[in-house]
Design a protein around this ligand. Sequence first.
Ligand code: ADP
Ligand code: SF4
Ligand code: MG
Length: 337
Amino acid sequence: MMEKILEVKDLNVSFNTYAGEVQAVRGVSFDLKQKECLAIVGESGSGKSVTAKAIIKLIHDPGVIKKGSSIKYLGEELANKNFDQMRKIRGSEISMIFQDALTSLNPTKKVGHQVAQSLIIHQKMGKREAFDKAVEMLRFVKIPNPERRANQYPHEFSGGMRQRAMIAMALVNKPNILIADEPTTALDVTIQAQIIDLLKDMQEELNTAIVMITHDLGVVAGSADRIAVMYGGMIVEQGPKKEIFYRPKHPYTWALLNSVPRLNTKSKETLYSIKGTPPDLIQPPLGCPFAPRCEFRLNICNEKMPTAYPIIEGHDAKCWLLDERAPKVKVFERLEV
Ligand SMILES: Nc1ncnc2c1ncn2[C@@H]1O[C@H](COP(=O)(O)OP(=O)(O)O)[C@@H](O)[C@H]1O
Ligand code: SF4
Ligand SMILES: [Mg+2]
């Protein structure tokens, strides 16, 4: 058994806005093992980014990580640490990259210096040595001409190259965990595939565990070991990738799988064509958050949130259909996978 390096238990994050308490993350629990790639998948607004940011304490006022939440990194509780106490861990032990590299990189500083800065801060390296190491790292993430590129500014890089520079910056201290929040969403399809391949290579060479966040199940088909499906601030199903792709149990997962464009369809028209809208997180429903959009809804679904039903070791889903009293529905016939 590989060691768990991250254990998130009953994570609750809310934003206290004028309109009311936005319950963005509601009771999220998952583990990450060493060298593993866990994908967190779900539509926009399902709480993926808030979950990721909570891990490294990037939740700012009016956001709060609620009492009772637990985030253990190598056994050490992070949930009670504040932004400053997390400085040592953030960027060196746990790194994060975002969708938009342009807003994460400093436009006024040369790319090489930005990568070097991370080494200067976390490893107290001298400027010259750090810059050389930064060039090496840019080469490592397959940026051509790294010596010249290190002396350029972010605006001189293409979108794909900027994302590579971000990855270099995130990995230069060899973190144990990389959290990648929609790292390819802003890029075109071929570049997306290259970045995913690069992350996979980096994971193998540096033994980094990855939390890969995406709204597109297609993106993680190749790279993830396990998948957690989020909806309405909750993980509604999680399990090994093969289980999620071939034996999914939750109607929302079925809908997501149906919205992945297939090779035999020309357009992306079907993408995110799940009818209806996600729940209001200011007054989240008492019952299953997917109920208003679920064609299999039972009476109890509106009244009570289902607990996680275990399917096999490591695979569970929160759906009343898994209760032994529920009517049986045939899923695969609907899916045509
Ligand atoms: N700073 C904030 N203030 C108020 N609500 C927020 C804030 N950040 C996120 N939210 C809300 O939290 C929910 C989850 O957001 P997010 O995690 O960004 O979704 P995802 O990354 O899955 O698209 C959304 O309803 C969003 O509006
Ligand atoms: S619990 Fe009910 S409403 Fe929710 S996904 Fe399952 S069947 Fe649908
Ligand atoms: Mg997001």
